[in-house]
Ligand binder design. Structure first.
Ligand code: 3SK
Length: 518
């Protein structure tokens, strides 16, 4: 293969599918041909602005039709796009811009005011393009800021895409991880097609007639596959929602665009289930696949969703380092409460602390070997060597394989703790808590008691808000004792309004632990 833009975009135009819709957002829609043309202009504009091959272009962009135009335009020019989490505070965006030495930035207009004060100190940044939400000229620009639409209109289209080998770095994503500063994860051109050939083709069975809708945003590896590379792999269409995905905004999008595939995260599925407006098909009579990732889907959420909506949720696990999902439940092969089995094309191992394979039923760290592993972290040699070990990538996730061969999540390697010498998976206690009618979400950590002994502590979000009186606390404790085991019940239960999470929806238990660090 050459440059990935040839497979995902230009091929559809060359083969006569140029007029097929590629993306639709709240204000605009684009065909494959329009996208190819705009991306060629983006490539030409970058060259004219002297943003050269292998230089970095940061994208702080909401999900609109401009996102794919910028991403593929950069690849066409050999420039490396870096989609950034749009929810990050300005200082963290500045860290990423500085760490990557980005020379260009495309920012969605609503995100610019909060960012302006950090841009001035970024020496490497020579081009700031501002994209409005509806394609109209961006208003109120200052200094060297330029309107993205005007930039595209004035640019000469690049005649051809640069030649790139399968192994050339195509784009980066910043991984928030559970601790430490974000790391730039470098992905090569071939990885985009690898995830489409494996997960999208062989698990989802995606076709040209599908319409994909991902509540997970395009800046996240999960959303990038769901709503960009998977539909573009087959010439299908994706519906984009720039707004925050709430049950209402998601259901309105489902009703409007009638997707066949929906991609969410467990918290959203649970919130949608709590919404009385949820109907069969969740508003889309054509819905045929629902996918969950980001964190493990509680069994009861999967069962209740299938009952209410009439479509199973395929729960899976992926990582920014592996680009997309590599363990997944599959149509006709679903065990709720498990992450499923290896996605075709990926191999899995579960190992103990000496890297020896453990027996089925025993917990260890999950390692994965597959075609979409990242090339490494930018400027982080030690961390790269620890994570990418030959063909195997360490996930940092604890798993066990059950007697039927399904992989069951046991928590992050660093979130596990021992009570009375027995390992406790926070996930197991959390699953017990959320199976109680009063609990919407829960996070569990190990906390030292007055004797210095570690015991579980739970933070819970109650359905419909509210406080937990003594009676409810005792009831929740008894519930966990009965369903997870007597030593696992939370000795302390604190009611909170929300839980600290990464952009990808993973609970940051380390932030809760920090509150009790001496
Ligand atoms: O967290 C996940 O499960 C995931 C899935 C797909 C792509 C990226 C990630 C982090």
């Amino acid at each position: 293969m050459t440059n990935a833009v040839a497979w995902f975009l230009d091929r559809h135009v060359d083969e006569g599918r140029g007029q097929s819709p590629a993306f639709v957002d709240l204000h605009r829609s684009v065909t494959y041909e329009q996208l190819a043309r705009t991306s060629a202009r983006v490539a030409g504009g970058l060259a004219a602005a002297d943003v050269g091959r292998e230089r970095r272009l940061a994208m702080l962009m909401l999900d609109t039709v401009d996102f794919p135009a910028v991403f593929w335009g950069a690849l066409r020019a050999g420039v490396v796009p870096i989609p950034i989490n749009t929810l990050l505070p300005a200082e963290q965006v500045a860290y990423i811009l500085q760490d990557s030495r980005a020379e260009a930035l495309v920012v969605s207009a609503p995100l610019l005011p909060a960012l302006r004060h950090v841009l001035a100190r970024l020496d490497a940044l020579k081009l700031v393009l501002v994209a409005s939400m509806d394609g109209s000229p961006a208003a109120g620009l200052k200094g060297n800021e330029r309107d993205f639409g005007g930039f595209v209109a004035q640019a000469l289209p690049a005649a051809i895409a640069v030649e790139a080998s399968d192994d050339e770095v195509a784009f980066w994503l910043y991984s928030s991880g559970s601790t430490g500063a974000p790391k730039g994860v470098k992905h090569v051109h071939a990885s985009l097609k690898a995830t489409a050939d494996t997960y999208a083709d062989q698990v989802l069975g995606i076709t040209r007639d599908d319409v994909c809708f991902s509540a997970a945003k395009l800046f996240f590896a999960y959303g990038l596959g769901n709503a960009m590379t998977f539909p573009m792999h087959v010439g299908a269409c994706a519906a984009l929602l720039p707004d925050r995905p709430t049950p209402d905004s998601v259901m309105a999008t489902m009703q409007r665009h009638k997707p066949t595939m929906f991609f969410g995260v467990p918290t959203l599925y649970a919130a949608m289930l709590a919404n009385p407006a949820l109907t069969r098909g969740a508003g889309s009579p054509r819905l045929r696949r629902c996918v969950s990732a980001g964190e493990a889907l509680p069994e009861h959420v999967g069962l209740r969703w299938n009952e209410a909506v009439g479509v199973h949720i395929l729960d899976g696990i992926g990582s920014t380092e592996m680009l997309h999902i590599f363990v997944s439940n599959q149509p006709g092969k679903i065990r709720y409460g498990s992450s499923g089995i290896a996605v075709p094309g990926y191999e899995l191992r579960i190992v103990d602390e000496h890297d020896r394979d453990v027996a089925d039923g025993e917990t260890g760290e999950l390692l994965v070997n597959g075609p979409s592993a990242a090339e490494g972290y930018w400027n982080q040699r030690a961390k790269s060597r620890r994570t990418f070990q030959g063909e195997w990538t360490r996930t940092g996730d604890k798993y066990l394989r059950d007697a039927e061969g399904f992989y069951r999540y046991q928590g992050r390697a660093d979130d596990m703790f021992k009570v009375s010498g027995i390992w406790v998976s926070p996930f197991e206690v959390e699953a017990a808590l959320v199976s109680h009618d009063a609990v919407q979400e829960a996070a569990v950590i190990g906390r030292e008691d007055a004797d210095g002994l570690v015991k579980p502590m739970a933070f819970v979000v109650l359905k419909g808000g509210g406080i937990a009186g003594e009676k409810l606390v005792a009831e929740l404790q008894a519930h966990v004792k009965a369903s997870a085991g007597p030593w696992k019940y939370p000795r302390w239960i604190e009611v909170v309004e929300d839980l600290p999470k990464t952009a990808t929806g993973k609970i940051q238990r380390f932030r809760l632990r920090e509150r009790f660090a001496s």
